[in-house]
Design a binder for this molecule. Sequence first.
Ligand code: BTN
Length: 237
Amino acid sequence: MLWFESCDSTMDICHRFASFHKENLIIGSSKQISGRGTKNRLWVSPEGNLYLSILIFPQNRHIQTLHMIGAITILKLLQSEFGQSPSIKWPNDIIIDGKKICGVLQENVFENQKLEYSIIGIGLNVNMENNFKIDIPYTSIKLSTSKSIDVKKLGKKVSNLFFNYYLSDLTDQEITNIWIENIDTIGKKIRLSLLNGSYLEGEVVAIDNNGDLVLKTKSDENKIIKSGMVQKMQINK
Ligand code: BTN
């Protein structure tokens, strides 16, 4: 793992490396100047959290499984190291008691329609206090356990756990099943703002084997929603 005390974005460092470094690589940092989340949103990245990007050249894994490995890595870490009971808010937020503690981002680069490499970005709130203005409720390991943590050591644990899953004998379907089992969005009534400007409301009836959300709309139609179609998901009370 290459560790930076501060950087622009661990995603960008991985992209730069990928042009000449053709092996798996982990870039970690405890501060980012221009961290990004999904849909090019800003990822608030103050000092003391874990910002990790893992550059991989997948040959034996399906592209759709990779972000799931990132999510189940963090679930396992929070359960086994910190005794927490996290779950996944579809598609890739890790939450504890309804508050976001981690986000997972996947970026893929193709050459001649073939996947050249993927980068899995993990932003885990570690020592963050509750004095930041973020538009969704959030928590951190420190806020939920009262423990102060060595971020670099934690980064190594996360990387090891990630590669344990990535290189394991678990099939992509088995990994998908673990991911689906931990999604707490199933059965909830939601409102989706889609990237095309429209809205959809309904109940989540399942997450299918591709990781897509199956929404039962008010007109009793089942619609398949891919994460890439969604701008924002709101859970209705
Ligand atoms: C999300 O929007 O929920 C995904 C957030 C991913 C943030 C991580 S932090 C490490 C890596 N570097 C970035 O700039 N983003 C990802």
